[in-house]
Write a protein that binds this ligand. Structure first.
Ligand SMILES: *Cc1c(COP(=O)(O)O)cnc(C)c1O
Length: 376
């Protein structure tokens, strides 16, 4: 017999989890997740089984969802990423990884005999996805800053000139936020006279705000990308992981398959799809607008510059790729890394100055690192 309420013990567990989440959210600068959101207005929607199954642009028999908002979100990003007016399509994903998987999937359907090239700084999920899709691939070395080594890319493609080229370009690598330049990649393809190619841009963090900065990095459709994936919970901020993938409609049409059961077209990776996340993204885009988002990006860039300077002032070898919000430095002690949840790799750590980060947090971290330098 169940009373349909939580037992006191379970309520306590729940309350403890909430306290822990709240605490761990305060000191948090190592991962690219925005925390400055307030979605209270959307709470009533949590009482409904929202599901956007199928293709957002094709109506579905299941009608409890947020398709109209999802289409607006995709349309917003298609124009931000300078897609051709009548040749864009996309959907709200469960995160950047799914968007990257989708880009690779489209590329493989278009070029079944293609070779995938990606740099060694590529996100760990990409390798797994290439494995899932069983695509031949070659890892390209990176420059010191984490950007792809264009010479290595050119030499490697030259050796495999008989195969179509599929490139997974990083628009902001996970560790140093280095951007691969799609203009330079296109120039290599042109120089080697490669006719069959596909470029997917992994813009998980940086792709979300690159359109707002000057000079504009070469990362979007007008620069030569065939598809772009971003994360929704990073720069924009969302309580649940989500993302957006935008691709060329003409390419998506080649894989579309109509499914009678849902009365829509099965063009997405999963069957059921989160009906809430498009609503949360739509809400954020409407609240900020392009100008508000630009302000958020400029705030983050200014804080990152401040952090870089403050760390250098205390003798820490901090550095940053141009126009990025990730500040890299030699890893501090384990206790500082743990407190601020700093990801570390090969002796290096970073902070990511997401829009919620303010000077006060930087000052605090810098003071803690300075104290450690004195003791050492
Ligand atoms: C975060 C990230 C991903 C993965 O995105 P999720 O939204 O976590 O699935 C992929 N690539 C890069 C460069 C990332 O920073």
């Amino acid at each position: 017999m169940s009373s349909n309420t939580l037992s006191p013990a379970d309520q306590k567990t729940l309350a403890e989890l909430l306290a822990q989440v709240q605490l761990n959210t305060t000191n948090f600068m190592g991962y690219p997740v925005s925390k400055d959101f307030d979605f209270m207005e959307l709470i009533p929607f949590l009482n409904y089984p929202m599901n956007n199954l199928g293709d957002p642009f094709v109506p579905c028999t299941y009608a409890v969802g947020s398709r109209e908002m999802e289409k607006e979100v995709i349309s917003f990003f298609a124009s931000l990423f300078r897609a051709e007016a009548d040749d864009w399509w996309g959907y709200v994903t469960n995160g950047g990884s799914e968007g990257n998987l989708y880009g690779l999937y489209l590329a493989r359907e278009l070029h079944p005999k293609g070779m995938v090239y990606y740099s060694e700084a590529t996100h760990y999920s990409v390798q797994k996805n290439i494995h899932l899709l069983n695509m031949p691939n070659i890892v390209i070395s990176t420059q010191e800053n984490g950007e792809i080594n264009y010479e290595d890319l050119e030499d490697t493609i030259r050796m495999n000139r008989h195969m179509p080229v599929i490139i997974m370009a990083n628009i902001g690598t996970t560790m140093t936020e280095a951007r691969d330049d799609i203009g330079k990649i296109k120039a290599i393809l042109k120089k080697l006279a490669i006719k069959n190619h596909y470029i997917h841009a992994d813009g998980a963090l940086s792709g979300s705000y690159s359109a707002f900065i000057e000079p504009r990095p070469a990362f979007d459709f007008a620069d030569g990308a065939d598809s772009i994936a971003i994360s929704g919970h990073k720069f924009f901020g969302s309580p649940m992981p989500c993302g957006v993938v935008v691709a060329k409609k003409s390419n998506r049409d080649r894989i579309a398959r109509s499914v009678a059961y849902i009365g829509s077209v099965d063009t997405t990776i999963t069957g059921s799809r989160n009906g809430h996340s498009p609503l949360f993204l739509w809400y954020t885009l409407k609240k900020y607008g392009v100008e508000g988002l630009r302000k958020r990006a400029l705030h983050s860039l200014a804080i990152a510059q401040y952090a870089e300077e403050k760390l250098q002032e205390i003798g820490v070898a901090a550095w940053r790729n141009p126009n990025t919000i990730t500040v890299n430095f030699p890893s501090p002690s384990a206790s500082i890394r743990q407190k601020w949840q700093l990801a570390s790799e090969n002796g290096g750590s970073h902070i990511i100055c997401m829009p919620n980060v303010q000077k006060e947090q930087i000052d605090q971290l810098v003071a803690e690192m300075a104290a450690e330098l004195i003791v050492a």
